[in-house]
Ligand binder design. Structure first.
Ligand code: HEM
Length: 704
């Protein structure tokens, strides 16, 4: 074996060495002939020295090709690993393409740092048996090298040390090119300390303490700048100055004063507040398998005192995950979206038809049609409730009729009350207020009771429908192929008890109306005060609508600016102004040590308006989400810039419903009306658990 290898390699090795040492080809061949003796077949030397150089060059090219293939396989595997990770995390089916990419790389995936960080060291989870994940545990980062600085060690290393091995033995130029590429994009290098790791390519907030002392060693939790150490004094101040209503502005001001991280105590609550995407991505990586948000204690106390079960919004741990996975299937996944999209489209078209009739009837005649100025908010609340009921219960409740039911009006009012009474109750012990019968608590609990009884009626109807169809030997409670809403789907599958279905459906109802109706008000206002943006979006929508031949799904796909419009609206006016998490391990943010279990809030309102994160943040520009700015732009942290729906496994479960509902309504409005507003001022806003306009804006709808 040995001899065979030596014989087969002898010629190429000699040829290569002659190239390098400059020994004349002919001499080599003469020596070989003399060694073999003169008999036998006369082997002729290559015709010229140039042929050998060409061969050597070709060999180099071949090596380069192989390296390219290896790098490509790595790149594919890298993407496949990410997709695979998220498929596992969100319980989506496996993709055979990804599996083949992964096996092509034999499981050796060297992820770029940002990606490795995303799926990187997390508390090992028993039920997350993802084999590749273990390969990413315990990585070290050499920040200097990733930042473009060379370290003493000249050989780059991949996660498993494999990717760079193939580079040895290549011509210098190929080796250098490959190493540079690997250093920039693929290698996660060893060593690196945690101190100074907090901000990646981000200018810290001007004058902020992290900006001033960024180079020092790791700082203690207690050193994080704060707004006052007495939670009760702070609370009194908040009440006296009515700051709850302007909590978003208070946060923005505090970041401007204290820098990109601060602590705040308010009554019984204590939080660490952050806003930079790179810091948020750090928080996201430590959220664990069962991410937790700040508990809305008044909501939880209502369930406990009324002996109702809790739904995903209020649950935690394995109980939360079990319900959540079942809800994901009915509300988040592509087949579910395909089922409910036509229902949302139907409601959006009806809304526009009704509005057109009203504009023609009540509006003034103009040269090109009719025009009417109204506060559209009551109509938008009715639209959102009608759309929610259609998707959740599979039934229309007739809110566009001339006399909408009292019950629905009562429900809308109850959601508004429930939301408005939540923030002040958050900082007080609700059980004590319940025992004392405090008016604030009574209002809150009564509002929830109305919401529950609205849902209960529909659930009872659903149960009866299911029973009668089952008795008739049918399936999901409706006629063959009929979609009976998320409720029907859940009941039909029978994996959640009726009590848990009730708890979850009620939460979906409560969470699904104001959250979409309010951003729609902001979106219409912004379109009205930015006519050029409006025309640009309308142009794209019209073309997509024509191409899609009336198919709502195709039209949405062909008009990415609609998606940008929703994102941009939520950037400037995030419905929930914070997303909170309790990290499952100690983390370091802005070089401060944050112990596991601390409540850390990503503050979305200041994030969306930060100059350190967005270019011209005050400009309303739906197009910004289609450019590189949407990705790894200023502020680092990759995608952690559009977080209105939260992030990860615990993100908003109604996200797909909300996005499609808003996009469809905006699409139909833009196809039918030109929007204008009388003022170009920015809208004043108030916070009542959700961010809303201080006064609903008036919009002029002119028929096209
Ligand atoms: C523009 C509209 C909406 C926005 C901006 C929004 C935002 C959010 C946010 C920020 C969270 C917390 C996510 C996290 O902690 O990472 C959340 C959770 C939730 N949202 Fe929404 N939401 C919207 C619409 C809806 C709709 C339409 C529904 C119901 C149909 C809904 C139901 C829920 C529920 C049940 C949760 C709790 C999920 C869980 O903890 O597993 N939301 N939403």
């Amino acid at each position: 074996m040995d001899t065979m290898v030596k014989q087969s390699l002898a010629v190429p090795i000699k040829k290569l060495s002659s190239c390098v040492t400059g020994v004349k080809e002919r001499e080599v061949w003469a020596r070989r002939r003399a060694k073999r003796g003169t008999g036998g077949v006369k082997s002729s030397p290559p015709r010229t020295g140039q042929t050998s150089v060409t061969r050597s060059y070709q060999a180099d090219l071949e090596k380069e090709r192989k390296l390219r293939e290896t790098l490509n396989a790595q790149k594919h595997a890298e993407r496949a690993a990410m997709r695979d990770h998220f498929r596992k995390k969100y319980q989506l089916s496996k993709s055979s393409k990804d599996t083949s990419h992964l096996s092509a790389a034999q499981g050796k995936v060297a992820l770029p740092r940002q990606l490795a960080k995303l799926i990187g060291p997390e508390t090992p989870a028993k039920d997350d048996g993802y084999s590749l994940l273990s390969a990413f545990q315990g990585l070290n980062f050499n920040m200097g090298m990733l930042g473009g600085k060379q370290t003493k060690s000249s050989t780059p290393m991949s996660v498993n040390g494999e990717a760079c091995k193939g580079i040895q033995g290549m011509s210098l130029s190929v080796r250098q090119a490959a190493c540079v590429r690997i250093q920039r994009g693929m290698c996660v290098c060893p060593a690196g300390t945690v101190a100074g790791l907090g901000v990646e390519g981000v200018t810290p907030a001007r004058g902020g303490p992290a900006g001033r002392g960024g180079g020092r060693g790791l700082r203690r939790f207690e050193e994080i700048p704060h707004t006052g150490s007495s939670g009760w004094l702070n609370l009194v101040k908040f009440w006296r100055e009515d700051r709850f209503k302007l909590l978003h502005k208070h946060m923005e001001r505090t970041f401007n004063t204290l820098g990109p991280i601060y602590r705040e105590r308010l009554g019984t609550q204590s939080t660490v507040n952050i806003l930079l995407p790179s810091d948020i991505s750090e928080l996201f990586r430590s959220e664990g398998l069962h991410p937790r948000r700040m508990t809305l204690q008044p909501w939880a106390t209502h369930r406990e005192t009324r002996q109702h079960s809790k739904g995903v919004f209020l649950k935690n741990g394995a109980e939360w995950r079990a319900d959540r996975l079942l809800l994901n299937r009915e509300a988040m996944m592509a087949p579910a979206v395909r089922r409910f999209l036509p229902l949302l489209d139907e409601v959006a078209r009806d809304f526009c038809r009704q509005l057109a009739t009203r504009v023609e009837k009540e509006g003034g005649k103009e040269e090109r049609g009719y025009s009417l100025t109204i506060d559209p908010s009551p109509d938008l609340f009715r639209f959102a409730l009608e759309a929610s009921c259609h998707v959740l219960y599979g039934e229309r409740i007739g809110l566009f009729s001339t006399s909408p039911s009292q019950e629905s009006q009562k429900f809308i009012f109850a959601v508004e009350r429930m939301l408005a009474t939540t923030p002040p109750l958050l900082y007080l012990p609700p059980r004590l207020l319940w025992r004392l019968g405090a008016p604030l608590w009574t209002q809150h609990a009564t509002a929830w009771d109305i919401i529950f009884s609205h849902a209960e009626k529909r659930i009872q109807r659903g149960v009866q429908r299911l029973r009668s169809t089952q008795a008739a030997g049918g399936g999901s409670g409706g006629a063959e192929g009929e979609f009976t809403g998320i409720l029907g789907q859940l009941m039909d599958k029978g994996q959640l008890s009726l009590e848990l279905i009730r708890a979850n459906i009620t939460e979906l109802m409560a969470g699904g109306v104001d959250t979409t109706a309010v951003p729609l008000q902001f979106a219409l206002y912004e379109l009205g005060r930015n006519p050029a943006v409006q025309e640009q979006v309308r142009g794209q929508v019209k073309a997509a609508w024509a191409r899609g031949g009336g198919d709502a799904h195709k039209a949405l796909q062909g008009a990415p600016l609609l998606k940008g419009l929703v994102k941009e609206t939520l950037r400037l006016y995030p419905v929930g102004i914070t997303v909170q998490r309790y990290p499952v391990r100690d983390i370091i943010i802005q070089n401060y040590h944050i112990p596991a279990g601390t409540c850390v809030q990503a503050c979305l309102y200041p994030l969306g308006r930060s100059r350190d994160v967005f270019q011209d943040p005050e400009r309303f520009d739906p197009g910004r989400w289609g450019t590189q700015e949407s990705g790894e732009g200023a502020g680092g942290g990759g995608g952690f810039r559009s977080l209105a729906f939260g992030f990860g496994a615990r993100q908003c479960v109604g996200r797909r419903i909300a996005e499609n509902e808003m996009q469809l309504l905006l699409m139909h409005i833009l196809l039918s009306f030109r929007l204008s507003v009388s003022s170009s001022e920015e809208l004043s806003t108030k916070y009542t658990l959700i961010l809303q306009p201080e006064t609903p804006p008036r919009i002029t709808f002119s028929t096209l």
